[in-house]
Design a binder for this molecule. Structure first.
Ligand SMILES: Cc1ncc(COP(=O)(O)O)c(C=O)c1O
Length: 395
């Protein structure tokens, strides 16, 4: 199988697994224990904090390990909601992941928080004018803008948004789960207060994440108990996974420093060049100059994505329609709707996301599979927007 769904998750890097294994075998002790064996474990956790911090130009003490990206997002929003007084407005964008949008809905109901969802332009980038208006409001408490979108890969103007937030005394968070490890993220340069990370998007295992909490920034945790992570996230640490997250951060930092994932971008561009030149009725979505290196969001006129996915799976290619969370649902995603992509076009789009393990050969095989699947669907559907999708498999 050819795996082109790396925005959904990535395979664990072999060096990451190698780094983790001793912490599932020999070094299984509780890092908080007092004996020497536990010290080894504690030291490994400290190294992981250093490695994750280095990837985003933070200090190790500014990194709080969590159980996943969703927890990181929820924990920051929960803390901010707990701080609401006469300031009770949270500004976010219309294209955030459900780990932000649904949590905002929940605190809006439970904590009487006002949520402003700022729109994006046709290229999928945050409308900064609207954002500025929103953070200027006197009751604005916090802004949360994702660094890169999970469906389109479009990198958001987080620098500009953070500066606007700062100018108006508004706390700034970014869900950088689709950006960290894929594109340079420098928390110092941007001047951000909180940032969310998830390991499984960059070759660490699933079920581990982190929050960057700027030094000096007040923060109260979601989980309260034994005081691990400097009291900012209680619960005995998932040591092996945290070690894996650290190792993955180290690997990705080296690659980003070396060439900014130029090899991955080259593959993505090759894929796009071939599908747009060898097939008609193909559109690449999202501002091309602002995307993470690995992501292609593409619409094929006259084909429903659900049918394409089934055929591509049969031809040995795994990818996604919209985002993984949307698979199986027949509505256009909120991201595509916010970008003004028509419902028909939205339903005919795929997300192809490469990784450092993708190869040129795989890319070429995937192009042929896409051509075959699109040809087949168009022949049974009779052209753009005509008739129901019927998927004939087996030949
Ligand atoms: C932008 C974004 N935020 C949050 C999440 C949730 O992360 P996790 O799966 O680690 O909970 C994802 C995962 O798809 C994501 O893409």
């Amino acid at each position: 199988m050819i795996y082109l769904d790396s925005n959904a998750t990535t395979q664990v890097h072999p060096e990451v697994l190698e780094a983790m294994l001793p912490f599932l075998t020999d070094h299984w002790h509780n890092p908080s224990s007092g004996y020497r064996a536990a010290k080894v474990v504690k030291n490994a956790l400290a190294t992981a904090h250093e490695q994750v911090a280095a990837l985003i130009n933070a200090k190790p003490e500014e990194i709080v390990m969590t159980g996943c990206g969703t927890e990181s997002n929820n924990a920051v929003l929960a803390f901010m909601a707990s701080q609401a007084n006469d300031k009770r407005r949270i500004v976010t964008s219309a294209i955030e992941h459900s780990a932000i949008l649904r949590y905002c809905e929940s605190i809006s109901e439970k904590n009487d928080i006002i949520v402003d969802k700022v729109g994006v332009d046709a290229g999928g980038r945050l409308c900064l004018d609207q954002f500025k208006e929103a953070v200027q409001q006197e009751d604005c408490l916090m802004a949360s803008i994702m660094w890169a979108n999970n469906e389109t890969g479009v990198i958001q103007p987080v620098h500009e948004a953070a500066a606007l937030a700062r100018d108006h005394g508004v706390i700034m968070h970014s869900d950088a789960i689709q950006a960290v490890g894929k594109t340079p993220v420098d928390v110092r340069e941007v001047g951000i207060d909180f940032l969310s990370i998830s390991g499984h998007k960059f070759h660490a295992p699933k079920g581990v994440g982190a929050i960057y909490v700027r030094e000096g920034m007040r923060y109260e945790p979601l989980l309260i108990g034994g005081g691990q992570e400097g009291g900012r996230r209680s619960g005995t640490e998932n040591v092996a996974s945290i070690v894996g997250l650290g190792k993955a951060a180290e690997i990705m930092k080296k690659r980003l420093d070396a060439d900014g994932h130029a090899g991955v971008a080259e593959l993505r561009d090759h894929f796009e060049k071939r599908v747009t030149s060898e097939l008609e009725g193909v559109r690449i979505n999202g501002a091309p100059e602002y995307r993470t290196a690995n992501t292609c969001h593409v619409s094929f006129d006259g084909c429903e994505a659900a049918g394409l996915l089934i055929l591509l799976d049969e031809y040995g290619v795994q990818c996604s329609a919209g985002s993984a969370c949307m698979t199986g649902k027949q509505q256009p995603s909120h991201v595509q709707t916010a970008m003004g992509i028509s419902a028909l076009s939205a339903k005919s789009s795929l997300r192809i996301s490469f990784s450092i393990f993708s190869t040129r050969d795989e890319c070429d095989v995937a192009v042929e599979a896409v051509k075959k699947a699109v040809g087949k669907l168009r022949s049974v559907q009779g052209g753009p927007g005509v008739g129901p999708v019927q998927v004939y498999t087996g030949n």
